[in-house]
Ligand binder design. Sequence first.
Ligand code: PNW
Length: 474
Amino acid sequence: QDDTGAASVAAFPAGFRWGAATAAYQIEGAAKEGGRGPSIWDTFSRTPGKVLGGDTGDVAVDHYHRFAGDVALMADLGLTAYRFSISWPRVLPSGSGAVNEEGLDFYRRLVDALLAAGVEPWPTLYHWDLPQPLEDAGGWPERDTAHRFAEYAALVHGALGDRVRHWTTVNEPWCAAFLGYASGEHAPGRRDPAAALTAAHHLMLGHGLAAGAMRAANGDTLVGAAVNLYAVSPATDDPADVDAARRVDGLQNRLFLDPLLLGRYPADVLEDTERLGFVPGGADLDADLDVIGRPLDHLGVNYYSRHTVAGTPGEASQTASSPFAAHSPWVGSEHVRFVPGGRPVTGMGWEIDAGGLHEVLSRVHREYPSVALYITENGAGYDEAPDENGTVQDAARIAYLDAHLRACHDAIAGGVPLRGYFTWSLLDNFEWAWGYSKRFGLVHVDYATQRRAPKESARWYAGVIRRGGLPGRA
Ligand code: PNW
């Protein structure tokens, strides 16, 4: 019997990382402090009509000033690892050139505090806050941005590489490319499908160049990328729906997995997008794929939901990543339509499907060369408030996390090399185009006072970590 009285525990392997994740623009605030330069998210969020309520990350949850208390919260939860991102414009205010030592110092202090608390630091180098001057020079559709990214990676790795082993280069290149440059729902808000495809290529090239630079500097460094993968199913077995599922799987999953893990682009996606003039890398394609396809030390999987899609035109579909009207991010496949799959949804309107996580993990393990996997994000967002005792009773989040962790446990039992799980998110924070209206945290933040209060889910997760697993299934 364990301490819950449950008869058994669905145990996870020894050494499994139990983590939580955040991102710089979503939590740090201090947008104009400490020498930080502007990023595309500063510009975008200050543009009326781009973020709900006109919210910005200027203050966010003030983590820049409160990081020590936040690290103490992590230690209370028993986290063994913490995934956070480095703000590129905080360490390189112009994107390249002059270094802001004050910015690097912030991350040195954060990493030291984590290590002192027994929490392994897992930094991500790019979680969407491109320095504005680099966007002004063309942004991710510009090849140079990939080279600037590698220089930035080498700089940060030089400052932290002696204390940090596990690095993630880019977070969700799908979002950065297609929500940023095609649908315009995310910064920089451009609506140019061809530019979005080129951005996707350069994000992966940036990953490869950065990984090479960091490994060259320290042979013990482990480098991965974090991709947002979805389970995808056709609405019916109608060939048009099956084709829509192939296209969405291609743009969402294979466009990134194939270059990163197989060193090639999926031929069908290149065919679907050919009329947009997409020739990734141009004459440099083979050399670029060689850089992009170097073996990963780990792949980060961000999983939230399943897409159910139809190929026949009909009623407008609901895939919005923003409360504002947007163009389609599905470049070259704009006719695909997202339909309800009939499952309950979170407060984001995203369908809850833990079986989809098992499917995604098994698929990656089956179709790609074996690589250590981590869930680098998984969680549920709601519009929620504390009860009269000041506690958020988030039973729905607990049920979501429990179901998805069981899917992880099943995947491991089936031979998938899953080595850790980071829930999104440690704290309530700035949820991109939704501003502060959607909360994903284990810890509630009162935005007026910045007071932190662990939700029921935080206590539940701490128990899972303490036991090394989930209460057994009968
Ligand atoms: C991810 N979509 O964002 C990010 O990595 C986090 O920063 C974010 O807070 C979290 O998931 C919750 O949204 C996404 O619309 C945003 O497909 C939008 C989409 C997917 C992921």
